[in-house]
Design a protein around this ligand. Sequence first.
Ligand code: IPE
Ligand code: IPE
Ligand code: MG
Length: 254
Amino acid sequence: MQGLKEKIDMQSLPRHIAIIMDGNGRWAKEKGQDRLYGHFHGVESVRNIVEGCAELGIEYLTLYAFSTENWDRPEYEVSGLMELLVDTIRKEVPVLNKNNIKLHVIGDTGMLPENARKALGEALDETAQNTGLNLIMALSYSSRWELVNAVKLIAEDVKTGKIDPSYINQDTLQKYLTTSQFPDPELMIRTSGEYRISNFLLYQLAYAELYFTNTRWPDFRKKNLYEAIIDFQGRERRFGKTSDQLKQEAAALH
Ligand code: IPE
Ligand code: IPE
Ligand code: MG
């Protein structure tokens, strides 16, 4: 594992990594256990990966923990997940502070139960002064919700004369997204062998490198994170240009 970490080029780390933490339920079923057992073990992976990102000096980590669509799961699973959320937040705040990690939340948090909102609010306040890794939890989040919400807010501001529609550009839209304070993710990881985005950061992932692994989330550890980063560093990010153009640009810089 040590060897893998040394293969990472520390000069070209992604600033922002986003992860769809998937496969908890299947992991548990494969062990003959209840789905909630998988979610419970998924928290171990969260701890490990947050620590791994902080150690590397990654600036932003967004974790997709609960989607708007996940509210449609059986009541037993939803309430189990909410309890786990409250418990974990309460327990982890001292650890976040010890590691200088600042917590953020994106999503339709008004949908969350009162005790979860309260625990989150406290955790946000208590970690607000930290200056290390920004840990962004996507909770009751979906990209379509976010985009509809942004359109509503823009329409309000047009109505009150705060913005002129002819000046609306990509920067304007970016400012109305829940992620306005964060750069776009350069690397998006999805675990558990599913090859889809599931309504996650559709706008922000426009030029992200996508990395899919069969590893189920409860088995995902720092070593798997390092593998994803090394894979990312081997890719050529062209942003619509040609490979030759990129080489010329790089040569001109030296
Ligand atoms: C991801 O694991 C966690 C959440 C969506 C809350 P799943 O619960 O989706 O696990 P699978 O995909 O059913 O295995
Ligand atoms: C996406 O996983 C949401 C989270 C990981 C929180 P799902 O398991 O809900 O996605 P689908 O239903 O397989 O697309
Ligand atoms: Mg799933």
